[in-house]
Design a protein around this ligand. Structure first.
Ligand code: PAN
Ligand code: ZN
Length: 185
């Protein structure tokens, strides 16, 4: 019997499990500019790479009980001092929970319930974050290096971005002279 080599999931960007069932997507500023307060983004700025998402699963994605394993990389970009963030979403299936955990860099995880109440957790290497099924979640990079987090969630969860567009997270996150500021909209 041959012993198999393990998948080095945290090295996904290095291509270690490339060619297997890995999905990859990226967002440029032009894809997410509406999230930011600034309306003065140059055409050149719009091509800034903001974040990358790898996700991986085996077997049938429509099968209840199956899981995605994911890696998100949020680059250290500031739009007039506002920190880089993911779009943020609820899961379409509000029963589907998720774990995030910090790998590299420094961030915040914003959690918002369906009434629009928000809390925030510090994300750092080794931190573990349980995201209940009925909470919208958004990652924010508050550091100077890429923020990398691992994630695990059901393949049947789905992404509900619309609910967050209709009821945005109530705070914007800025870094001003090295200090993090949460500013109410
Ligand atoms: C993550 C997120 C990823 C990107 O894999 O999808 O961090 O964030 P947005 O999807 O909000 O752009 C996750 O939470 N999956 O469920
Ligand atoms: Zn999610």
């Amino acid at each position: 019997m041959k012993i198999k080599n393990p998948k080095l999931w945290h090295k996904m960007p290095g291509g270690i499990i490339e060619g297997e069932n890995v999905l990859y997507s990226r967002k440029y500023l032009k894809d997410v500019e509406n999230l930011y307060k600034s309306k003065e983004i140059s055409n050149e700025g719009k091509n800034t790479l903001m974040y990358e998402v790898y996700s991986y699963s085996e077997g049938d994605e429509t099968q209840y009980g199956n899981l995605f394993w994911g890696l998100t990389i949020l680059h250290p970009v500031y739009i007039e001092k506002e920190c880089n963030m993911t779009k943020g979403h609820f899961h379409e299936n509000r029963n589907c929970v998720e774990y995030y955990f910090g790998l590299e860099g420094e961030g915040l995880l914003l959690l918002m319930d369906e009434m629009g109440q928000m809390s925030a957790e510090k994300v750092l290497p080794g931190s573990l974050h349980y995201i209940a099924g009925n909470f919208a979640h958004r990652l924010v990079n508050i550091g100077e290096i890429p923020l990398k987090i691992g994630a695990c969630w059901p393949t049947t969860a789905g992404h509900d971005y619309r609910a967050v567009e209709e009821m945005p997270f109530p705070y914007r996150i800025y870094k001003n002279n090295g200090k993090i500021e949460l500013v109410e909209r």
